[in-house]
Write a protein that binds this ligand. Structure first.
Ligand code: ADP
Ligand code: MG
Length: 587
Protein backbone atom coordinates (compact mmCIF):
# COMPACT_ATOMS: atom_id res chain seq x y z
CA UNK A 1 0.00 0.00 0.00
CA UNK A 2 1.40 3.36 -0.95
CA UNK A 3 1.11 6.27 1.39
CA UNK A 4 -1.49 7.80 -0.90
CA UNK A 5 -3.56 4.62 -0.76
CA UNK A 6 -3.45 4.75 3.01
CA UNK A 7 -5.15 8.11 2.92
CA UNK A 8 -8.22 6.47 1.44
CA UNK A 9 -7.98 7.66 -2.15
CA UNK A 10 -9.59 5.59 -4.90
CA UNK A 11 -7.94 3.94 -7.89
CA UNK A 12 -8.79 6.64 -10.39
CA UNK A 13 -6.90 9.13 -8.29
CA UNK A 14 -4.08 6.76 -7.37
CA UNK A 15 -3.44 6.10 -11.05
CA UNK A 16 -3.36 9.79 -11.83
CA UNK A 17 -1.03 10.35 -8.89
CA UNK A 18 1.27 7.69 -10.28
CA UNK A 19 1.24 9.40 -13.68
CA UNK A 20 2.14 12.70 -12.12
CA UNK A 21 5.03 11.06 -10.32
CA UNK A 22 4.03 12.07 -6.80
CA UNK A 23 5.67 9.52 -4.54
CA UNK A 24 4.30 10.40 -1.16
CA UNK A 25 1.84 12.92 0.18
CA UNK A 26 3.04 16.23 1.49
CA UNK A 27 2.27 17.08 5.08
CA UNK A 28 -0.77 19.19 4.35
CA UNK A 29 -2.11 16.45 2.08
CA UNK A 30 -1.51 13.82 4.70
CA UNK A 31 -3.40 15.85 7.26
CA UNK A 32 -6.23 17.23 5.15
CA UNK A 33 -7.18 14.38 2.80
CA UNK A 34 -8.43 11.84 5.37
CA UNK A 35 -10.42 14.48 7.21
CA UNK A 36 -12.04 15.75 4.04
CA UNK A 37 -12.79 12.27 2.73
CA UNK A 38 -14.39 11.08 5.94
CA UNK A 39 -16.30 14.12 7.12
CA UNK A 40 -18.73 16.62 5.74
CA UNK A 41 -17.29 19.41 7.80
CA UNK A 42 -15.62 22.73 7.27
CA UNK A 43 -11.86 22.99 7.28
CA UNK A 44 -9.25 25.68 7.71
CA UNK A 45 -5.82 24.59 6.49
CA UNK A 46 -2.77 26.78 6.91
CA UNK A 47 0.34 25.88 4.99
CA UNK A 48 3.02 27.78 3.15
CA UNK A 49 3.12 28.33 -0.57
CA UNK A 50 4.46 25.34 -2.44
CA UNK A 51 3.36 22.72 0.08
CA UNK A 52 0.85 21.02 -2.22
CA UNK A 53 -2.41 22.57 -1.09
CA UNK A 54 -4.07 22.14 -4.49
CA UNK A 55 -4.01 18.36 -4.22
CA UNK A 56 -4.93 18.54 -0.54
CA UNK A 57 -8.37 19.82 -1.51
CA UNK A 58 -8.38 18.60 -5.13
CA UNK A 59 -8.09 14.86 -4.43
CA UNK A 60 -10.94 14.68 -1.89
CA UNK A 61 -13.10 17.00 -3.95
CA UNK A 62 -12.76 14.82 -7.03
CA UNK A 63 -13.41 11.65 -5.07
CA UNK A 64 -16.53 13.03 -3.43
CA UNK A 65 -18.19 14.46 -6.51
CA UNK A 66 -20.77 12.65 -8.56
CA UNK A 67 -19.29 12.61 -12.04
CA UNK A 68 -22.53 11.18 -13.45
CA UNK A 69 -24.38 14.34 -12.61
CA UNK A 70 -23.63 17.42 -14.65
CA UNK A 71 -24.62 19.81 -11.88
CA UNK A 72 -21.90 22.10 -10.59
CA UNK A 73 -20.95 20.62 -7.24
CA UNK A 74 -17.65 22.22 -6.35
CA UNK A 75 -16.55 25.83 -6.50
CA UNK A 76 -12.93 26.83 -6.05
CA UNK A 77 -12.23 30.53 -5.59
CA UNK A 78 -8.70 31.70 -6.17
CA UNK A 79 -7.19 35.19 -6.28
CA UNK A 80 -5.73 35.46 -9.78
CA UNK A 81 -6.16 34.33 -13.32
CA UNK A 82 -2.81 32.53 -13.27
CA UNK A 83 -3.67 30.58 -10.14
CA UNK A 84 -7.11 29.86 -11.50
CA UNK A 85 -5.65 28.36 -14.66
CA UNK A 86 -3.00 26.52 -12.71
CA UNK A 87 -5.57 24.94 -10.39
CA UNK A 88 -7.76 24.01 -13.37
CA UNK A 89 -4.86 22.27 -15.09
CA UNK A 90 -4.03 20.42 -11.88
CA UNK A 91 -7.65 19.36 -11.36
CA UNK A 92 -7.81 18.09 -14.90
CA UNK A 93 -4.65 16.07 -14.40
CA UNK A 94 -5.91 14.63 -11.10
CA UNK A 95 -9.25 13.64 -12.65
CA UNK A 96 -7.97 12.23 -15.91
CA UNK A 97 -9.27 8.76 -15.04
CA UNK A 98 -12.63 9.97 -13.76
CA UNK A 99 -15.01 9.67 -16.68
CA UNK A 100 -17.30 12.57 -17.32
CA UNK A 101 -15.71 14.92 -14.84
CA UNK A 102 -15.19 18.39 -16.16
CA UNK A 103 -13.40 21.37 -14.60
CA UNK A 104 -13.91 24.82 -16.05
CA UNK A 105 -11.94 27.98 -15.34
CA UNK A 106 -13.61 31.35 -14.99
CA UNK A 107 -11.48 34.48 -14.90
CA UNK A 108 -11.30 38.02 -16.18
CA UNK A 109 -9.60 39.17 -19.33
CA UNK A 110 -11.05 36.39 -21.50
CA UNK A 111 -14.34 35.93 -23.33
CA UNK A 112 -17.20 35.63 -20.88
CA UNK A 113 -19.47 34.04 -23.48
CA UNK A 114 -16.97 31.28 -24.17
CA UNK A 115 -16.67 30.59 -20.44
CA UNK A 116 -20.47 30.58 -20.15
CA UNK A 117 -20.65 28.08 -22.99
CA UNK A 118 -18.22 25.75 -21.23
CA UNK A 119 -20.24 25.96 -18.02
CA UNK A 120 -23.42 25.21 -19.90
CA UNK A 121 -21.93 22.01 -21.27
CA UNK A 122 -21.69 20.88 -17.67
CA UNK A 123 -18.92 21.46 -15.20
CA UNK A 124 -18.92 19.66 -11.88
CA UNK A 125 -16.01 21.82 -10.77
CA UNK A 126 -15.73 25.54 -11.40
CA UNK A 127 -12.48 27.31 -10.61
CA UNK A 128 -12.96 31.06 -10.53
CA UNK A 129 -11.55 34.42 -9.63
CA UNK A 130 -14.00 36.31 -7.40
CA UNK A 131 -14.50 39.27 -9.73
CA UNK A 132 -15.49 37.28 -12.82
CA UNK A 133 -17.51 34.84 -10.75
CA UNK A 134 -19.63 37.62 -9.31
CA UNK A 135 -20.07 39.01 -12.78
CA UNK A 136 -21.29 35.70 -14.15
CA UNK A 137 -23.65 35.09 -11.26
CA UNK A 138 -25.10 38.56 -11.84
CA UNK A 139 -25.73 37.71 -15.47
CA UNK A 140 -27.18 34.35 -14.66
CA UNK A 141 -24.43 32.54 -16.57
CA UNK A 142 -23.52 30.16 -13.78
CA UNK A 143 -25.53 28.38 -11.12
CA UNK A 144 -23.84 27.60 -7.84
CA UNK A 145 -27.01 27.14 -5.82
CA UNK A 146 -26.49 23.39 -5.55
CA UNK A 147 -22.82 23.12 -4.75
CA UNK A 148 -21.71 20.79 -1.97
CA UNK A 149 -18.19 22.14 -1.60
CA UNK A 150 -16.76 25.61 -1.70
CA UNK A 151 -13.01 26.03 -1.53
CA UNK A 152 -11.38 29.33 -0.74
CA UNK A 153 -7.83 28.92 -1.97
CA UNK A 154 -5.15 31.40 -0.98
CA UNK A 155 -7.76 33.08 1.18
CA UNK A 156 -5.27 35.55 2.60
CA UNK A 157 -4.27 36.75 -0.83
CA UNK A 158 -7.88 37.09 -1.94
CA UNK A 159 -8.59 39.27 1.06
CA UNK A 160 -5.41 41.24 0.53
CA UNK A 161 -6.59 41.98 -2.94
CA UNK A 162 -9.83 43.36 -1.64
CA UNK A 163 -12.14 40.52 -2.64
CA UNK A 164 -13.96 40.36 0.68
CA UNK A 165 -17.22 41.85 -0.59
CA UNK A 166 -17.15 39.73 -3.74
CA UNK A 167 -16.60 36.56 -1.74
CA UNK A 168 -19.44 37.49 0.59
CA UNK A 169 -21.75 38.03 -2.38
CA UNK A 170 -20.71 34.79 -4.04
CA UNK A 171 -21.20 32.78 -0.86
CA UNK A 172 -24.69 34.21 -0.42
CA UNK A 173 -25.58 32.39 -3.66
CA UNK A 174 -24.48 29.02 -2.29
CA UNK A 175 -26.49 26.60 -0.13
CA UNK A 176 -26.25 26.83 3.66
CA UNK A 177 -25.41 23.17 4.09
CA UNK A 178 -22.36 23.01 1.84
CA UNK A 179 -18.89 22.37 3.24
CA UNK A 180 -16.37 25.18 3.07
CA UNK A 181 -12.67 24.46 2.92
CA UNK A 182 -10.35 27.38 3.40
CA UNK A 183 -6.69 27.19 2.42
CA UNK A 184 -4.26 29.91 3.24
CA UNK A 185 -0.55 30.50 3.73
CA UNK A 186 -1.11 32.87 6.60
CA UNK A 187 -3.85 33.56 9.09
CA UNK A 188 -4.26 37.31 9.38
CA UNK A 189 -7.24 38.73 11.25
CA UNK A 190 -9.27 39.05 8.06
CA UNK A 191 -9.04 35.34 7.39
CA UNK A 192 -10.19 34.42 10.87
CA UNK A 193 -13.10 36.80 10.39
CA UNK A 194 -14.10 34.92 7.23
CA UNK A 195 -13.69 31.60 9.00
CA UNK A 196 -15.92 32.77 11.84
CA UNK A 197 -18.53 34.34 9.64
CA UNK A 198 -18.94 31.80 6.89
CA UNK A 199 -17.86 28.50 8.41
CA UNK A 200 -19.29 26.16 11.01
CA UNK A 201 -16.89 24.76 13.60
CA UNK A 202 -14.12 24.27 11.09
CA UNK A 203 -11.45 21.70 11.82
CA UNK A 204 -8.15 23.53 11.79
CA UNK A 205 -4.90 22.07 10.54
CA UNK A 206 -1.59 23.85 10.45
CA UNK A 207 1.55 22.79 8.69
CA UNK A 208 4.72 24.40 9.93
CA UNK A 209 4.44 27.45 12.12
CA UNK A 210 1.29 29.43 11.93
CA UNK A 211 1.88 32.73 10.15
CA UNK A 212 5.56 32.01 9.72
CA UNK A 213 7.23 32.75 6.46
CA UNK A 214 9.01 30.02 4.60
CA UNK A 215 11.94 28.84 6.67
CA UNK A 216 14.02 28.26 3.58
CA UNK A 217 14.18 31.99 3.20
CA UNK A 218 16.82 34.25 4.69
CA UNK A 219 15.67 37.79 5.24
CA UNK A 220 18.14 40.62 4.74
CA UNK A 221 17.85 44.38 4.89
CA UNK A 222 19.97 47.14 3.46
CA UNK A 223 19.72 50.67 4.79
CA UNK A 224 20.17 53.37 2.18
CA UNK A 225 18.95 56.88 1.70
CA UNK A 226 15.76 57.16 -0.32
CA UNK A 227 17.42 58.53 -3.41
CA UNK A 228 19.88 55.63 -3.49
CA UNK A 229 17.27 52.93 -3.87
CA UNK A 230 17.88 52.41 -7.53
CA UNK A 231 21.71 52.34 -7.46
CA UNK A 232 21.40 49.99 -4.47
CA UNK A 233 19.18 47.68 -6.49
CA UNK A 234 21.71 47.64 -9.29
CA UNK A 235 24.50 46.76 -6.93
CA UNK A 236 22.52 43.92 -5.42
CA UNK A 237 21.96 42.59 -8.91
CA UNK A 238 25.61 43.03 -9.88
CA UNK A 239 26.75 41.31 -6.71
CA UNK A 240 24.58 38.30 -7.61
CA UNK A 241 25.40 37.55 -11.22
CA UNK A 242 23.11 34.51 -11.41
CA UNK A 243 20.18 36.31 -9.85
CA UNK A 244 16.68 35.18 -10.86
CA UNK A 245 14.41 37.47 -8.99
CA UNK A 246 11.16 39.27 -8.46
CA UNK A 247 11.62 42.93 -7.56
CA UNK A 248 8.61 44.35 -5.74
CA UNK A 249 7.57 47.96 -6.02
CA UNK A 250 4.66 49.68 -4.36
CA UNK A 251 2.97 51.27 -7.36
CA UNK A 252 2.44 50.45 -11.01
CA UNK A 253 4.29 53.61 -11.92
CA UNK A 254 7.39 52.73 -9.92
CA UNK A 255 7.24 49.20 -11.26
CA UNK A 256 7.28 50.45 -14.82
CA UNK A 257 9.95 53.05 -14.10
CA UNK A 258 12.34 50.67 -12.35
CA UNK A 259 11.95 48.04 -15.05
CA UNK A 260 12.60 50.59 -17.79
CA UNK A 261 15.70 51.88 -16.04
CA UNK A 262 17.04 48.37 -15.55
CA UNK A 263 16.51 47.55 -19.20
CA UNK A 264 18.18 50.81 -20.17
CA UNK A 265 21.13 49.87 -17.97
CA UNK A 266 21.52 46.54 -19.71
CA UNK A 267 19.77 44.13 -17.35
CA UNK A 268 17.40 41.41 -18.45
CA UNK A 269 14.40 42.94 -16.77
CA UNK A 270 10.68 43.14 -17.34
CA UNK A 271 7.66 44.81 -15.76
CA UNK A 272 4.53 43.08 -14.52
CA UNK A 273 1.61 45.23 -13.40
CA UNK A 274 -2.06 45.81 -13.89
CA UNK A 275 -1.75 48.51 -16.55
CA UNK A 276 -0.37 46.01 -19.00
CA UNK A 277 -2.72 44.06 -21.24
CA UNK A 278 -3.20 40.40 -20.51
CA UNK A 279 -1.22 39.65 -23.62
CA UNK A 280 1.71 41.79 -22.50
CA UNK A 281 1.63 40.13 -19.11
CA UNK A 282 1.67 36.68 -20.68
CA UNK A 283 4.68 37.62 -22.77
CA UNK A 284 6.58 38.88 -19.74
CA UNK A 285 5.68 35.81 -17.67
CA UNK A 286 6.76 33.47 -20.44
CA UNK A 287 10.08 35.24 -20.80
CA UNK A 288 10.52 35.06 -17.04
CA UNK A 289 9.76 31.35 -16.91
CA UNK A 290 12.35 30.79 -19.62
CA UNK A 291 14.78 32.94 -17.62
CA UNK A 292 15.17 35.37 -20.47
CA UNK A 293 14.13 37.84 -17.82
CA UNK A 294 16.34 37.72 -14.73
CA UNK A 295 14.66 40.53 -12.85
CA UNK A 296 10.90 40.69 -12.94
CA UNK A 297 9.75 44.00 -11.51
CA UNK A 298 6.22 43.58 -10.22
CA UNK A 299 3.42 45.00 -8.13
CA UNK A 300 2.01 42.84 -5.37
CA UNK A 301 -1.26 42.27 -7.13
CA UNK A 302 0.31 41.33 -10.45
CA UNK A 303 2.81 38.99 -8.82
CA UNK A 304 0.23 36.99 -6.92
CA UNK A 305 -0.04 34.21 -9.41
CA UNK A 306 3.64 33.71 -10.07
CA UNK A 307 4.29 30.02 -9.74
CA UNK A 308 7.95 29.84 -10.65
CA UNK A 309 9.88 27.55 -8.38
CA UNK A 310 13.53 28.53 -8.61
CA UNK A 311 13.47 32.23 -7.85
CA UNK A 312 16.74 32.94 -6.02
CA UNK A 313 15.97 36.40 -4.66
CA UNK A 314 12.97 38.46 -3.80
CA UNK A 315 13.94 42.10 -3.68
CA UNK A 316 11.70 44.51 -1.84
CA UNK A 317 12.58 47.69 -3.69
CA UNK A 318 10.03 49.30 -1.43
CA UNK A 319 8.28 47.70 1.50
CA UNK A 320 4.58 47.01 0.99
CA UNK A 321 2.04 49.30 2.60
CA UNK A 322 0.56 46.39 4.49
CA UNK A 323 3.40 44.58 6.17
CA UNK A 324 1.41 41.33 6.05
CA UNK A 325 1.94 41.40 2.30
CA UNK A 326 5.64 40.86 2.94
CA UNK A 327 5.06 37.13 3.53
CA UNK A 328 3.50 36.78 0.11
CA UNK A 329 6.47 38.47 -1.44
CA UNK A 330 9.11 36.47 0.37
CA UNK A 331 7.12 33.29 -0.27
CA UNK A 332 7.93 33.62 -3.97
CA UNK A 333 11.40 32.33 -3.20
CA UNK A 334 12.49 29.32 -1.15
CA UNK A 335 9.89 27.16 -2.87
CA UNK A 336 9.96 23.45 -3.56
CA UNK A 337 12.64 22.77 -0.98
CA UNK A 338 15.09 25.29 -2.41
CA UNK A 339 16.56 28.09 -0.37
CA UNK A 340 16.04 31.73 -1.15
CA UNK A 341 16.86 35.22 -0.03
CA UNK A 342 14.43 38.03 0.54
CA UNK A 343 16.19 41.39 0.47
CA UNK A 344 14.68 44.62 1.65
CA UNK A 345 15.98 48.02 0.65
CA UNK A 346 14.94 50.38 3.42
CA UNK A 347 15.52 53.88 4.57
CA UNK A 348 16.35 54.57 8.17
CA UNK A 349 12.86 55.75 8.93
CA UNK A 350 11.42 52.42 7.77
CA UNK A 351 13.52 50.28 10.10
CA UNK A 352 10.63 50.10 12.52
CA UNK A 353 8.73 48.13 9.89
CA UNK A 354 11.51 45.55 9.72
CA UNK A 355 11.02 44.83 13.41
CA UNK A 356 7.30 44.36 12.89
CA UNK A 357 7.88 42.05 9.94
CA UNK A 358 10.28 39.99 12.03
CA UNK A 359 7.39 39.27 14.35
CA UNK A 360 5.19 38.17 11.47
CA UNK A 361 7.72 35.92 9.76
CA UNK A 362 9.07 34.84 13.14
CA UNK A 363 12.57 35.12 11.87
CA UNK A 364 15.26 37.72 12.37
CA UNK A 365 16.46 39.88 9.55
CA UNK A 366 20.15 40.06 8.85
CA UNK A 367 21.49 43.58 8.50
CA UNK A 368 23.64 43.66 5.38
CA UNK A 369 25.65 46.24 3.55
CA UNK A 370 25.20 47.20 -0.05
CA UNK A 371 28.36 45.86 -1.67
CA UNK A 372 31.00 48.38 -2.58
CA UNK A 373 32.16 48.84 -6.14
CA UNK A 374 35.35 46.91 -5.55
CA UNK A 375 33.49 44.00 -3.98
CA UNK A 376 31.24 43.81 -7.00
CA UNK A 377 34.22 43.88 -9.35
CA UNK A 378 35.73 40.98 -7.41
CA UNK A 379 32.53 38.96 -7.48
CA UNK A 380 32.11 39.54 -11.18
CA UNK A 381 35.69 38.57 -11.81
CA UNK A 382 35.40 35.23 -10.01
CA UNK A 383 32.06 34.69 -11.64
CA UNK A 384 33.60 35.20 -15.04
CA UNK A 385 36.49 32.85 -14.27
CA UNK A 386 34.00 30.19 -13.20
CA UNK A 387 31.83 30.81 -16.20
CA UNK A 388 34.81 30.36 -18.49
CA UNK A 389 35.64 27.14 -16.69
CA UNK A 390 32.09 25.80 -16.95
CA UNK A 391 31.45 26.89 -20.52
CA UNK A 392 30.93 24.05 -22.94
CA UNK A 393 33.00 24.58 -26.04
CA UNK A 394 30.90 25.36 -29.05
CA UNK A 395 32.10 23.24 -31.95
CA UNK A 396 31.38 26.02 -34.40
CA UNK A 397 34.21 28.11 -33.03
CA UNK A 398 36.66 25.60 -34.52
CA UNK A 399 36.24 27.19 -37.93
CA UNK A 400 37.39 30.52 -36.68
CA UNK A 401 40.30 29.27 -34.61
CA UNK A 402 43.04 29.65 -37.19
CA UNK A 403 42.18 33.28 -37.70
CA UNK A 404 41.73 33.88 -34.00
CA UNK A 405 45.02 32.20 -33.20
CA UNK A 406 46.68 34.48 -35.64
CA UNK A 407 45.26 37.55 -33.96
CA UNK A 408 46.28 36.33 -30.52
CA UNK A 409 49.65 34.97 -31.54
CA UNK A 410 52.50 35.64 -29.21
CA UNK A 411 50.33 36.18 -26.13
CA UNK A 412 51.16 33.62 -23.48
CA UNK A 413 48.62 31.93 -21.23
CA UNK A 414 49.07 34.23 -18.24
CA UNK A 415 48.72 37.31 -20.30
CA UNK A 416 45.76 35.91 -22.17
CA UNK A 417 43.92 35.17 -18.93
CA UNK A 418 44.65 38.65 -17.67
CA UNK A 419 43.30 40.12 -20.84
CA UNK A 420 40.18 38.00 -20.90
CA UNK A 421 39.15 38.79 -17.36
CA UNK A 422 40.07 42.42 -17.82
CA UNK A 423 37.33 42.71 -20.42
CA UNK A 424 34.73 42.25 -17.72
CA UNK A 425 36.66 43.69 -14.83
CA UNK A 426 37.36 46.94 -16.59
CA UNK A 427 33.73 47.35 -17.50
CA UNK A 428 32.64 47.08 -13.86
CA UNK A 429 35.58 48.90 -12.43
CA UNK A 430 35.07 51.82 -14.81
CA UNK A 431 31.47 51.95 -13.76
CA UNK A 432 32.07 51.59 -10.07
CA UNK A 433 35.27 53.57 -9.92
CA UNK A 434 34.81 56.40 -7.43
CA UNK A 435 31.22 55.49 -6.65
CA UNK A 436 30.24 56.19 -3.11
CA UNK A 437 29.27 53.94 -0.28
CA UNK A 438 25.50 53.64 -0.43
CA UNK A 439 24.98 52.46 3.09
CA UNK A 440 23.21 54.61 5.61
CA UNK A 441 23.82 54.34 9.29
CA UNK A 442 21.84 51.77 11.18
CA UNK A 443 23.50 49.12 9.11
CA UNK A 444 26.52 48.27 11.12
CA UNK A 445 27.49 44.84 10.08
CA UNK A 446 29.39 44.72 6.89
CA UNK A 447 32.42 44.23 4.82
CA UNK A 448 34.47 47.19 5.82
CA UNK A 449 34.98 46.12 9.35
CA UNK A 450 38.61 46.87 9.83
CA UNK A 451 39.12 44.29 12.52
CA UNK A 452 38.05 41.51 10.26
CA UNK A 453 40.66 39.31 8.76
CA UNK A 454 40.46 35.60 8.09
CA UNK A 455 36.94 35.59 9.45
CA UNK A 456 38.07 36.93 12.81
CA UNK A 457 36.71 40.18 14.14
CA UNK A 458 38.32 42.44 16.75
CA UNK A 459 36.17 44.45 19.11
CA UNK A 460 36.55 47.34 21.41
CA UNK A 461 34.69 47.23 24.72
CA UNK A 462 34.46 50.04 27.23
CA UNK A 463 35.33 48.04 30.32
CA UNK A 464 38.86 47.49 31.49
CA UNK A 465 41.18 47.05 34.45
CA UNK A 466 39.62 49.97 36.29
CA UNK A 467 36.44 47.92 36.35
CA UNK A 468 38.30 45.08 37.98
CA UNK A 469 38.88 42.90 34.94
CA UNK A 470 42.00 41.20 33.76
CA UNK A 471 42.11 39.34 30.48
CA UNK A 472 41.04 36.07 32.04
CA UNK A 473 38.09 37.40 33.97
CA UNK A 474 36.98 39.53 31.03
CA UNK A 475 37.16 36.50 28.79
CA UNK A 476 34.99 34.57 31.25
CA UNK A 477 32.58 37.45 31.52
CA UNK A 478 32.19 37.70 27.74
CA UNK A 479 31.81 33.98 27.26
CA UNK A 480 29.19 33.70 29.95
CA UNK A 481 27.27 36.81 29.00
CA UNK A 482 27.24 36.00 25.31
CA UNK A 483 26.70 32.32 25.87
CA UNK A 484 29.72 31.39 23.75
CA UNK A 485 31.91 28.32 23.79
CA UNK A 486 35.24 27.86 25.53
CA UNK A 487 37.45 29.07 22.68
CA UNK A 488 35.08 31.48 21.01
CA UNK A 489 36.53 34.58 22.64
CA UNK A 490 40.27 35.11 22.18
CA UNK A 491 43.02 37.71 22.04
CA UNK A 492 41.53 39.45 25.06
CA UNK A 493 43.61 42.49 25.79
CA UNK A 494 42.64 44.63 28.77
CA UNK A 495 43.66 48.27 29.13
CA UNK A 496 42.94 50.78 31.81
CA UNK A 497 39.36 51.72 31.02
CA UNK A 498 38.71 49.63 27.95
CA UNK A 499 39.72 46.39 26.30
CA UNK A 500 39.88 44.50 23.05
CA UNK A 501 38.90 40.98 22.15
CA UNK A 502 38.34 38.82 19.10
CA UNK A 503 35.71 36.35 17.97
CA UNK A 504 35.01 34.62 14.73
CA UNK A 505 32.91 36.63 12.33
CA UNK A 506 29.88 34.37 12.74
CA UNK A 507 29.29 35.78 16.19
CA UNK A 508 29.58 39.44 15.22
CA UNK A 509 25.96 40.07 14.44
CA UNK A 510 24.77 38.56 17.67
CA UNK A 511 27.40 40.33 19.76
CA UNK A 512 26.68 43.76 18.33
CA UNK A 513 23.00 43.12 18.69
CA UNK A 514 23.42 42.01 22.27
CA UNK A 515 25.43 45.04 23.30
CA UNK A 516 23.19 47.64 21.74
CA UNK A 517 21.25 47.83 24.92
CA UNK A 518 23.28 46.18 27.64
CA UNK A 519 23.83 47.65 31.06
CA UNK A 520 26.29 46.48 33.69
CA UNK A 521 25.79 47.92 37.15
CA UNK A 522 23.76 50.73 35.69
CA UNK A 523 26.28 51.59 33.01
CA UNK A 524 25.89 51.08 29.28
CA UNK A 525 28.45 48.68 27.93
CA UNK A 526 29.59 49.72 24.52
CA UNK A 527 31.06 47.25 22.08
CA UNK A 528 32.34 48.38 18.72
CA UNK A 529 34.25 46.75 15.96
CA UNK A 530 37.82 47.91 16.11
CA UNK A 531 39.25 49.22 12.89
CA UNK A 532 42.64 48.43 14.17
CA UNK A 533 43.45 44.74 14.29
CA UNK A 534 46.32 45.46 16.64
CA UNK A 535 43.96 47.14 19.03
CA UNK A 536 46.42 49.77 20.18
CA UNK A 537 43.84 52.42 20.86
CA UNK A 538 44.55 54.90 23.61
CA UNK A 539 42.53 56.91 26.02
CA UNK A 540 42.38 59.97 23.86
CA UNK A 541 40.93 57.99 21.04
CA UNK A 542 38.26 56.62 23.14
CA UNK A 543 37.25 60.06 24.25
CA UNK A 544 37.16 61.19 20.68
CA UNK A 545 35.05 58.29 19.70
CA UNK A 546 32.54 59.19 22.33
CA UNK A 547 32.35 62.77 21.27
CA UNK A 548 31.82 61.79 17.70
CA UNK A 549 29.14 59.49 18.81
CA UNK A 550 27.30 62.23 20.58
CA UNK A 551 27.52 64.56 17.59
CA UNK A 552 25.94 61.89 15.53
CA UNK A 553 23.28 61.28 18.07
CA UNK A 554 22.18 64.84 17.78
CA UNK A 555 21.43 64.27 14.17
CA UNK A 556 24.42 66.15 12.83
CA UNK A 557 24.99 63.06 10.77
CA UNK A 558 22.85 63.80 7.75
CA UNK A 559 25.29 65.50 5.51
CA UNK A 560 28.13 63.29 6.52
CA UNK A 561 26.39 60.02 6.24
CA UNK A 562 27.71 59.05 2.86
CA UNK A 563 31.17 60.26 3.48
CA UNK A 564 32.37 56.89 4.53
CA UNK A 565 35.99 57.59 3.77
CA UNK A 566 36.28 60.29 6.38
CA UNK A 567 34.86 58.11 9.08
CA UNK A 568 37.16 55.33 8.06
CA UNK A 569 40.24 57.46 8.37
CA UNK A 570 39.46 59.49 11.40
CA UNK A 571 39.02 56.87 14.03
CA UNK A 572 40.00 53.43 15.01
CA UNK A 573 36.43 52.71 16.02
CA UNK A 574 33.50 52.19 13.78
CA UNK A 575 31.21 54.51 15.65
CA UNK A 576 29.05 51.71 16.90
CA UNK A 577 27.38 54.19 19.18
CA UNK A 578 25.35 55.35 16.23
CA UNK A 579 23.46 52.15 16.36
CA UNK A 580 22.24 52.89 19.82
CA UNK A 581 20.32 55.81 18.53
CA UNK A 582 19.11 53.87 15.57
CA UNK A 583 17.98 51.00 17.69
CA UNK A 584 15.88 53.23 19.84
CA UNK A 585 14.42 54.57 16.63
CA UNK A 586 13.13 51.12 15.82
CA UNK A 587 10.59 50.92 18.57
P1 ADP B 1 0.50 25.39 -2.87
O1 ADP B 1 -0.90 25.55 -3.38
O2 ADP B 1 0.56 24.90 -1.47
O3 ADP B 1 1.33 26.61 -3.08
P2 ADP B 1 0.76 23.56 -5.05
O4 ADP B 1 -0.47 22.78 -4.82
O5 ADP B 1 0.72 24.59 -6.13
O6 ADP B 1 1.22 24.24 -3.71
O7 ADP B 1 1.94 22.52 -5.28
C1 ADP B 1 3.26 22.95 -5.54
C2 ADP B 1 3.95 21.97 -6.48
O8 ADP B 1 4.18 20.73 -5.84
C3 ADP B 1 3.14 21.67 -7.72
O9 ADP B 1 4.02 21.68 -8.82
C4 ADP B 1 2.58 20.28 -7.46
O10 ADP B 1 2.36 19.59 -8.67
C5 ADP B 1 3.67 19.65 -6.62
N1 ADP B 1 3.18 18.62 -5.69
C6 ADP B 1 2.04 18.66 -4.96
N2 ADP B 1 1.93 17.57 -4.19
C7 ADP B 1 3.01 16.80 -4.42
C8 ADP B 1 3.47 15.52 -3.92
N3 ADP B 1 2.78 14.84 -3.02
N4 ADP B 1 4.63 15.06 -4.39
C9 ADP B 1 5.35 15.77 -5.30
N5 ADP B 1 4.98 16.96 -5.81
C10 ADP B 1 3.83 17.48 -5.38
MG1 MG C 1 -1.99 27.00 -4.12
Amino acid sequence: MTKFEALGLNDALLNAIKDMGFESPSEVQEKAIPILLENESDLVALAQTGTGKTAAFGFPLIQKLDANSRTTQGLILSPTRELCLQITTEMQAYSKYVKGLSTVAIYGGASITEQARQIKRGAQIVVATPGRMKDMIGRGLVDISKIDYCILDEADEMLNMGFYEDIKDILSNTPQDKSTWLFSATMPKEVSVIAKKFMHNPTEITVGTKNAGSTNVDHEYYVVSGRDRYPALKRLADANPDIFSVVFCRTKRDTQKVAEKLIEDGYNAGALHGDLSQNQRDLVMNAFRKKQIQMLVATDVAARGIDVDDITHVINYQLPDEIETYTHRSGRTGRAGKSGISMVIVTKSELRKIRSIEKIVQQNFISKKIPTGIEICEIQLYHLANKIKETKINKDVENYLPAINEVLEGIDRDELIKKIVSVEFTRFSNYYNKTKDLNSAGNEQGSDRGGSSNGSVRYFINVGEKDGYDWMSLKDFLRDTLNLGKDDVYKVDTKDTFSFFNTDEVHTEAILQFFTDFKLEGRFINVEISKNPGGDGGRGRKGKSKRRGRDRDRGGNRGRRNDSSSSKKSSSFSGKRRSKKNRSDFF
